[in-house]
Design a binder for this molecule. Structure first.
Ligand code: BGC
Length: 752
């Protein structure tokens, strides 16, 4: 009997509604077939990590595969699905996953960049477009959103997340899940989302990838867990366990994390997949042999094993030994089958295999136009002395730097589906946008790094910046020659795409020295220089901030990079991005973040003067170079009239906070109005500021808009030392402004 005889009867996507059908399939399954459902090999299209799977077709036929990832195109996926449906004994369809992280073929900025837009509607739409494109290519499951809070720019995967703030991170988490899943997982143009990496993966010791995480529960609950929970609250279909350990137990084998917290406290009812070989890696963590760690993972709450095949190959023996139960296996299998029901795969295994969609729905002019808009909205203007920007489309413009003429680096890290050579480079985009109006001269100026080995590591996966055979001096001379002929110099420098991302941690957060030398030589010409900064992380830019008149941080803008950068440089788009991760003054300040606690010895001056026996450094001031929430515009915004609707609020009350924002400059613009609070006295120490609201608003030049926020008791709650989520009576400060240093402030009291 095949499962096609147990078709779904309900359209509802809640897991319970499929219980009967799932049970009836389970009754038909052998132990081997059950374990097969828990197995997720990589198709081998791309590889990460150490393990490789082979002979996949044969395994599928034998019912030893539950899903496949890193495979794309309807033709390929249909062929593989056919094997599962027609050749395996029960004909259970496969689920097809992929890392669709920031777009599919139409590629949006890296997530850290995207988060800098602070535009939830736009972010949701990027996920929506990613879902349309990926599902048109046969995929139905994405390993996104990545919502790991990180306060450590040494960690390369800071590029893949949404920065340091749990409130903003939670909003983005929800927006992404909504964009992917909508409210109908079985629609052929939605994807099941997988929130990752659960949990705390963004807080590895010393910023080194995969490293130990050791964190108090109170910090976890108050500062790190919210974005994962937000995804669960939004109905995310799956969760990926992280590589790191928590409380001495790797997340993949951590029952407290995967069952007590995730399922019992938060009510998650989807399935949990490991990260790439996450089970096997528990051996190196020192948790036992493959037999032991696989049983441990299942007992902790893992349902699907990515690549490592520990569950597939060892659980039979563990069952005989009594270290696991059939019930635990059945529970995991049921969750996988339920997901397949939710996706509509039992009704039609080829639901996502419409040959006609890709042609008309992938990398369309509309999607590309949107990607261009999103990229421009994500850029952050860090400095703009004497209004050097926007530039005029006239005269002679020198474009210099190793990032100027590379299309393959523009999509940034984790853009596995993108056709990277189709992204427009800065040079291409610039030429298109200025047309005949200005003369563009280009020179590479320098290699990416003096160190050839480092350069190779930072340009993997086809993201080459071919090393120029000429000497450093020859490259520089060529750049200086065109610089001298120009009215303005655009320096396209910073990191390459693979300088950040997985396994790309750095201990030096500067722009590579060879590029700094190039920049300094360009500055010496006396011509105005705009630093167009490419980066996947917060960098140390103290010297640049000191010496370069204008700095535009463009992150990795995606497939429409060059056009979007040019839109901003010439003022066709007024920049409105705001940093979601603090930019430190040096590596020694890391971890540095705006929502820190006070010490018992805070410094008493705001000028950064050293005070003995106070909490400060001998050699550098405490504040970062650019704070969280920071970003300039071509216009200026003035804040006034901060008012609270009441200064006394009780537990079931609310406060309206209003502020007037005036566009006092010469351009129409967008401002991200930010609201922070401080709980002055608590049963546990409270952060000096916490983001609790933001609005991105269009304000025309000369116009004043009144912006209203609502605060309720929910916004004032935190986890106390018993880990109860409470609001405590007392005095709160409210701050409203254009970044996390917002100076306008008022107080109110919360009473019982
Ligand atoms: C990464 C995950 C990713 C997985 C599958 C791992 O190396 O940590 O983020 O989803 O590979 O490609």
């Amino acid at each position: 009997m095949s499962v096609s005889e147990t078709k779904k009867t309900s359209k509802s996507s809640t897991s319970n509604s499929y219980a009967k059908q799932v049970d009836s399939i389970l009754d038909l399954m052998t132990l081997e077939e059950k374990l097969g459902q828990l197995n997720l090999p990589s198709s081998g299209d791309i590889t990460t990590g150490q393990a490789q799977s082979s002979d996949i077709a044969k395994k599928i036929e034998e019912g030893k595969v539950g899903g496949l990832f890193n495979i794309k195109t309807v033709a390929k996926i249909k062929a593989v699905q056919k094997i599962a449906v027609e050749k395996s004994r029960l004909g259970i369809p496969l689920i097809f996953g992929m890392d669709v992280i920031h777009g599919y073929k139409s590629t949006f900025p890296i997530p850290l960049g995207l988060s800098s837009s602070w535009d939830m509607e736009m972010i949701e739409k990027t996920a929506r477009i990613a879902a349309i494109e990926a599902s048109a290519d046969g995929i139905n499951w994405t390993f996104s959103p990545m919502v790991d809070i990180s306060r450590d720019p040494r960690w390369g995967r800071v590029s893949e997340g949404n920065g340091e703030d749990p409130y903003l991170g939670s909003q983005i988490s929800r927006a992404m899940v909504r964009g992917y899943q909508q409210d109908d997982l079985s629609a052929n143009n939605t994807l099941m989302s997988c929130v990752k990496h659960f949990a705390l993966y963004g807080a590895p010791e010393a910023g080194r990838d995969y490293n130990t995480v050791d964190m108090s529960r109170i910090r976890m609950y108050n500062e790190y867990l919210a974005p994962y929970k937000a995804a669960v609250d939004e109905g995310v279909g799956s969760v990926m366990a992280s590589f790191n350990e928590i409380d001495g137990i790797p997340a993949t084998g951590n029952k407290w994390l995967l069952t007590d917290l995730l399922r019992e406290d938060w009510g998650f009812d989807g399935f949990v997949v490991t990260d790439y070989t996450g089970i096997n890696e528990m051996m190196a963590h020192g948790m036992g042999d493959l037999q032991q760690v696989s049983a441990m993972a299942l007992n902790a709450g893992v349902d699907m094993d990515m690549v490592g095949e520990g569950l597939l190959t060892t659980l039979k023996k563990s069952l005989e030994d009594g270290t696991i139960t059939m019930d635990a296996i059945d529970t995991a299998v049921k969750r996988i089958l339920t997901a397949k029901y939710q996706l509509g795969l039992f009704e039609d295994p080829y639901r996502y295999c419409d040959e006609n969609r890709a042609e008309s729905e992938v990398f369309t002019p509309e999607h590309k136009a949107f990607a261009r808009k999103v990229a421009a909205e994500s850029m952050v203007l860090l400095k703009n002395e004497e209004q050097l920007l926007p530039l005029k489309k006239s005269g002679t413009i020198a474009l210099v730097g190793p990032l100027a003429n590379t299309s393959v680096n523009m999509a940034g890290t984790w853009s596995v589906a993108t056709d990277q050579e189709k992204s427009n480079s800065f040079l291409d985009g610039l030429k298109q946008v200025v047309g005949e109006k200005a003369n563009i001269l280009y020179a590479k100026g320098s290699n990416l790094d003096y160190d050839l080995e480092l350069e190779k590591r930072a340009t993997m996966f086809g993201k080459d910046i071919p090393r120029d055979g000429r000497s450093d001096q020859q490259l520089l001379d060529e750049a200086l020659a065109i610089a001298k002929k120009s009215d303005v110099i655009l320096a396209a420098i910073g990191e390459s795409a693979e300088f950040s991302g997985e396994s790309s941690s750095r201990t030096d957060l500067g722009i590579p020295q060879v590029q700094k030398d190039l920049l300094n030589a360009l500055l010496k010409t006396g011509k105005p220089v705009v630093l167009v900064l490419f980066t996947g992380r917060p960098l140390v830019l103290v010297e640049e901030n000191e010496n370069v008149p204008a700095i535009l941080n463009v992150w990795f803008p995606g497939s429409e990079a060059g056009l979007a950068i040019s839109d901003v440089l010439f003022g066709d788009v007024n920049p409105s991005g705001k940093l979601t991760a603090t930019f430190p003054r040096n590596v020694g300040q890391v971890p540095i973040f705006y929502n820190h606690k006070n010490t018992g010895r805070p410094i008493g001056n705001s000028e950064g003067k050293f005070e003995k026996f106070k909490s400060n450094y001998l050699d550098v001031r405490n504040e970062p170079l650019y704070p969280f929430g920071y970003g300039l515009s071509y216009t200026t915004f003035d804040y006034s009239n901060l008012t609270l609707s009441t200064t006394n609020m009780n537990m079931d009350g609310e406060i309206k906070v209003s502020v007037d924002v005036t566009n006092s400059g010469n351009y129409d613009g967008k401002e991200v109005v930010q609201l922070y609070i401080r709980d002055l006295v608590g049963s546990v120490t409270r952060p000096v500021r916490e983001l609790k609201g933001f609005q991105k608003v269009d304000i025309k030049k000369g116009e004043t808009k009144t912006i209203d926020f609502k605060l309720t008791t929910e916004d004032l709650k935190f986890y106390n030392s018993s880990l109860d989520f409470v609001a405590e009576p007392g005095t709160f400060q409210v701050f409203v402004g254009s970044d996390s240093n917002a100076p306008l402030t008022k107080e109110f009291k919360l009473s019982k």
